[in-house]
Design a protein around this ligand. Structure first.
Ligand code: NAP
Ligand code: SF4
Length: 663
């Protein structure tokens, strides 16, 4: 008897029987674009198939050059390209898995001058203005999609997914916002729908009856001028007639100013929209976005809200997600924390996708943790992200590991990060490491300040003693008003109603959110703050935003003159900056700090002296490495103890994993 009977039950779609209901959703990794990366791509998918996922969907492949995501991006247009993919499909089949190819035309999101769209309207997130496709051009595009579908089938793919959401070309045809054509492909809602319907109809003609065609449908566009709910329902009906086998679901165009997948989005935020679609179609429906645990997947399926569960990033974070759930080891799943730092943020700057909590993702052929031949003794000092990753990976390789931590708890800076509203998922990483330490029988010595004597008998010593907050040389830094972010987030200090925050890096921004956030806010308030409404009443599901209630007056200050928060993650920074604005945080750039005294924080800005009257000044001015032990005993230095500047968990966990792989 399994804990997840719905999630782990098989499902037949067309001629294909899936071994369970877990779909690895499409995500571009950067391995799709070059022929020489094909073996890496095959290894990446094979590892997920070995982990028992029901169906894998590849990143998007363009049906023609105009549909590229960027110059020379992945496409599926020739027999030769299809033959290269046989290595990928065979690798997945060898592991008992099934794989679908996604066909994606970027439309005006194409990052190149050849981009096309329904109308010549530039998107707010790309520099290139697209040309409007001619009437014949639209017709050819529909045929190109169908040919790509046929090639995917020839390459051994078990299914295809047509990308109709997230604001790409098909979505651009569907929405009045981007389609003001007056020919047969625009104008009325029925004509705007013609392109996806033709694509599915022509694809079905080429591949026959049983081959599964998945269509990713946009439930909520979350942009002005987006589709009405009636249009979505009508489209679903037309597509069903045209031969769609499964509806996967999507929410929000890339240009939408509502976050849809980052940590601060409530878990399962979009399940009710999926359930609504399921109520109006007889085709199986797949739920997606912000589903990261087997419990959530099971709950959605058991409630009748979907037939399949798509998870993209959670399968990067743990390739064995399904196998662990099936074996009753769900507490050992390395859960995706929806940070985007190593996956989507990489893809958007043309780097290969990986995962913050699992740096082996996308590096399956390079970063290999082989069993050790000698069970040497390894001491790891410090149980922040770097130390935890080192201890767990070393134990997995078969070393005898002792982990020393001077505080009574595991987690280091991560324990502080998880106090930030919307970053509660970070606790999952600590749950994962805690459980793995237990299973791997690591000797964990909490509340133990390691000394050279403790370490004398070990074969390898890994020093991950972390950082302390930097307290800069501002006059009055020792004043009772002046406190470090660590003291505030750990609950050691409760700050007053008026607060100045010094330093506007990632932590200064997070602390400002923490200080202003109303703890009484519910998930329902989250929708209201971002203006997400009932799509049956508001086209695209977008409505007026409800102002946030804030519990403190916060002034966030930095010395740089650049806009605050500009260095934050590509895919999440805009949302963090929007929260600051919505929370009424006063932002001051280009400041020189004069002093802290009973009145508050004294600054000079543009040659003028200013006083921020406040009860507390919270210092978020970066960190300094803690290296006393390393200076005394040497060994391997990792994480913040190695380099404190711009330290983050991504670098810490990667460095620890690479070190342990080479021990
Ligand atoms: P950080 O990003 O390095 O920012 C610290 C800020 O303090 C600097 O931007 C600097 O700004 C200021 N500062 C540095 N030295 C100072 C001094 N002597 N006096 C006054 N101000 C000084 O470090 P962090 O905010 O502590 O974050 C640590 C790491 O965690 C970073 O890598 C960050 O990206 C990551 N993180 C990311 C996020 C996120 O993406 N949401 C959230 C949290 C943390 P000025 O010089 O302009 O004043
Ligand atoms: Fe999830 Fe972050 Fe890993 Fe991306 S980098 S898969 S968001 S944990």
């Amino acid at each position: 008897m399994t804990t997840y009977p719905h999630l782990l039950s098989p499902l037949t779609i067309g001629d294909l029987t899936l071994r369970n209901r877990v779909v690895m959703g499409s995500m571009h990794t950067g391995l799709e674009d070059k022929p020489w990366d094909m073996d890496k791509l095959a290894a990446y998918f094979a590892e997920r198939a070995r982990g028992e996922v029901g169906l894998i969907i590849t990143g998007g492949y363009a049906p023609n050059k105009r549909g590229w995501l960027k110059p020379l991006a992945a496409e599926m247009t020739t027999r030769l390209q299809a033959m290269r993919h046989e290595r990928v499909t065979a690798a997945v089949h060898d592991e008992g898995g099934a794989i679908a190819m996604q066909i994606l035309h970027a439309g005006r999101y194409g990052y190149h001058p050849l981009s096309v769209s329904a109308s010549a309207k530039k998107s707010p997130i790309t520099p290139f203005k697209p040309s409007a496709l001619s009437t014949r051009g639209v017709d050819r595009t529909a045929t190109d999609f169908a040919k790509s579908v046929e090639l995917a089938k020839k390459a051994g793919y078990d299914a295809v997914e047509i990308m109709g959401s997230e604001g790409y070309l098909i979505n651009q045809f569907l929405a009045a916002r981007t389609n003001d054509r007056s020919d047969a492909w625009g104008g009325t809602a029925a004509k705007r729908m013609r392109l996806p319907v033709e694509i599915v109809r022509r694809s079905r003609e080429l591949v026959g009856d049983g081959f599964p065609i998945i269509y990713r449908i946009s439930l909520l566009d979350l942009v002005e001028g987006g589709q009405t709910w009636d249009e979505v329902v009508e489209l679903a009906g037309e597509l069903e007639q045209a031969g769609v086998t499964v509806f996967n679901t999507g929410v929000g165009w890339h240009e939408a100013r509502v976050p849809t997948i980052i940590t601060q989005v409530p878990r399962g935020a979009w399940r009710s929209a999926t359930a609504r679609l399921k109520g109006v179609t007889s085709v199986p429906v797949c739920a997606s976005n912000r589903i990261s645990s087997p419990e959530m997947g099971e709950d959605i399926l058991a409630s009748g809200g979907a037939d399949l569960i798509s998870m993209a990033r959670p399968l990067l974070a743990d390739a064995a997600f399904v196998a662990k759930a099936r074996a009753g080891r769900a507490d050992e799943i390395n859960t995706c924390i929806a940070c985007n730092q190593a996956c989507l943020d990489h893809v958007f700057v043309n780097k290969k996708a990986s995962c913050l909590v699992n740096p082996r993702a996308g590096r399956e052929t390079e970063l290999i943790l082989l069993p050790t031949r000698t069970r040497k003794a390894v001491a790891v000092v410090g149980a922040g992200p770097a130390g935890l990753a080192a201890a767990v990976n070393a134990a997995e390789r078969g070393f005898a590991v002792t982990l020393f931590e001077q505080t009574p708890t595991l987690g280091g800076q991560f324990r502080l990060a998880m106090q930030i509203p919307g970053k509660e998922d970070f606790a999952e990483t600590l749950r994962y490491y805690t459980r793995r330490l237990e299973v791997l029988d690591v000797d964990v010595q909490l509340s133990t300040h390691a000394t050279p004597e403790h370490l004398a008998a070990f074969d390898h010593t890994i020093i991950a003693t972390g950082v302390v907050p930097r307290m800069p040389a501002i006059e009055g830094i020792d004043h009772a008003k002046s406190v470090s972010y660590a003291d505030v987030l750990s609950g050691k200090v409760t700050v007053g109603r008026r607060v100045a925050v010094v330093g506007a890096g990632g932590i200064g921004v997070d602390v400002s959110h923490f200080l202003t956030h109303d703890p009484n806010d519910t998930d329902e308030d989250w929708y209201a703050h971002w203006g997400v409404g009932d799509p049956a009443l508001h086209p695209g599901g977008l409505t007026e935003r409800k102002p946030r209630s804030t519990v403190r007056e916060v002034t966030l200050v930095q010395r740089k003159t650049t806009p605050i928060g500009i260095g934050l993650g590509k895919t999440s920074g805009w949302a963090h900056r929007a929260v600051l604005k919505q929370s009424g945080v006063t932002q001051i750039s280009g400041a020189a700090y004069d002093r802290i005294d009973d009145a508050g924080l004294h600054l000079t800005v543009d040659g003028e002296q200013r006083l921020i009257e406040c009860d507390h000044v919270v210092i978020c001015a970066g960190q300094e490495s803690v290296r006393d032990l390393y200076d005394a005993v040497g060994g391997h230095l990792i994480g913040g103890a190695d380099v404190a500047a711009e330290l983050d968990a991504k670098r810490a966990i990667l460095q620890a994993t690479e070190l342990v792989a080479a021990l």
